[in-house]
Design a protein around this ligand. Structure first.
Ligand SMILES: Cc1ncc(COP(=O)(O)O)c(C=O)c1O
Length: 424
């Protein structure tokens, strides 16, 4: 499967180390952003010949650009296994999509509650917190969602919860949530489900619609920069009826049919929700990435990445003083957080970068409540962080996250580096 690295730009980049030597860079930070597919770069170059203003131009290039942009919605709907009741709104990224959804749902679910989980990225916590009464589903001791707890909460709220906002896969532990089982529970209690697909979209096949429609996903969002198309584009997918309620959050060019001094007639969806000049280059990149992921096959990607994860777990567990935070390797995307006892997470990441040419992420990964829980921090510890939130004193972990192009040899290099570090 090493051949998969041929699909991606930058897998042979040589970089300098602190001692002046040079090595081939290893990127183990794919949960943050993936490098582009070669096919994506080629598509952009090809399309650049036709690139022009979209929607309001009658020139040939404008018409081509508009057609490509509009037909991309169907590509996205097919990719996420959606039906015709849904629409695709193009946004900058997952964060913008969730902010938009929370703004929209405010019109529909005013005075209702939203349930989210302790496992969420801040982007799936904060937009809800400032618009709704939000309650959190706590994770169990291993950091996984407890479905009985979720059901008990929904029962307690007695119909007041209208939405459960949950991630498909955690950006800290890689745990995959059984979103269709969760959807079934939500629907039983009259709640809809929004699924944050940022960490799943490039790693496992998604299907919003299921044979049993109670198991359908109602809304989802993802960013293209985590699926080999890093050009400022993402999507929000959801039903046309709810997303059409109320005024758009971003008002301006492209969102209106008629404007007079004292009158506005809004455009129809999805244009009403895509204020400003659309990112057509981003959409071209996104469609190209979708085509390439389909061509490789998400099942093949999932298999390769889960083998990488297993191999990493086996290799890293031999390292003295390593601390793991996850339980089991099943139902996980290829993300692994750890610490080396006695060395600050920041220092581990710095040494890996400067002395070994390996890029990883460290800190709390924009999921502080979850990382605090996994680190077993007390309320007093958290209060101390609030008193002195200097970056070097903050708690955290080191995270490696694999993409389809990573190799077993790269994991060997990481294991060797960590082994040397832990012995120093
Ligand atoms: C689970 C999850 N949700 C949301 C986001 C936010 O994505 P973006 O920064 O592209 O908006 C991320 C980013 O890391 C993530 O991992």
């Amino acid at each position: 499967m090493d051949i998969l690295s041929d699909y991606v730009v930058g897998t042979n980049t040589i970089i300098p180390l602190k001692d002046g030597s040079i090595v081939k860079y290893i990127n183990f930070d794919n949960a943050a952003t993936t490098p582009p597919f070669k096919s994506v770069m080629l598509s952009l170059n090809f399309f650049a010949e036709y690139y022009s203003s979209i929607h309001r131009g009658e020139g040939y290039k404008s018409r081509v650009s508009s057609e490509i942009y509009e037909s991309a919605r169907e590509d996205v709907l097919n990719f996420v296994g959606s039906n015709g009741d849904n629409t695709v709104i193009f946004v900058k990224n997952t964060t913008e999509a969730i902010n938009k959804l929370s703004f929209k749902l405010c019109n529909v679910y005013h005075n209702y509650a939203i349930l989210t989980t302790q496992m969420e990225h801040h982007s799936n916590l904060l937009p809800w917190r400032f618009r709704f009464h939000v309650d959190t589903i706590k994770t169990d001791d291993c950091g996984r969602i407890d479905l009985d707890y979720l059901e008990r909460k929904l029962k307690q709220y007695n119909g007041l919860v209208r939405l459960v906002a949950i991630t498909y896969a955690s950006n800290v532990t890689g745990y995959i949530n059984p979103v269709h089982d969760i959807a079934e529970i939500c629907h039983k209690y009259g709640a809809k489900i929004f699924v944050d697909c940022a960490q799943i979209v490039a790693h496992k096949k998604i299907s919003m619609t299921q044979e049993n429609e109670n198991r359908n996903i109602d809304y989802l969002a993802f960013s293209a920069h985590k699926m080999y198309a890093p050009f400022g584009i993402g999507v929000l997918v959801g039903d046309k009826k709810t997303l059409n309620v109320g005024v758009p959050d971003i008002k301006g060019g492209g969102t209106v049919k008629v404007v007079a001094d004292d009158f506005v007639m809004w455009e129809d969806l999805p244009h009403k929700e895509e204020g400003g000049t659309p990112n057509v280059m981003g959409v071209v990149a996104l469609v190209s990435a979708i085509n390439t992921l389909n061509h490789i096959g998400l099942d093949n990607i999932e298999k390769h990445e889960s083998e990488l994860l297993k191999y990493a777990a086996e290799s890293l567990k031999k390292i003295e003083d390593i601390i793991f935070y996850c339980d089991g390797l099943e139902n996980r995307v290829a993300i692994m957080p750890f610490n080396i006892d006695g060395i600050n997470h920041n220092m581990v990441a710095k040494i890996l970068s400067e002395e070994y040419g390996i890029g990883v992420r460290n800190g709390c990964f924009c999921a502080q409540p979850y990382v605090h829980k996994l680190l077993n921090l007390s309320n007093k510890d958290i209060k101390n962080i609030i008193k002195d939130p200097k970056i070097e004193n903050r708690p955290g972990m080191v995270r490696i996250s694999f993409g389809l192009y990573n190799t077993f040899e790269e994991i060997d290099r990481l294991a060797m580096a960590l082994e040397e570090m832990s012995k120093k």
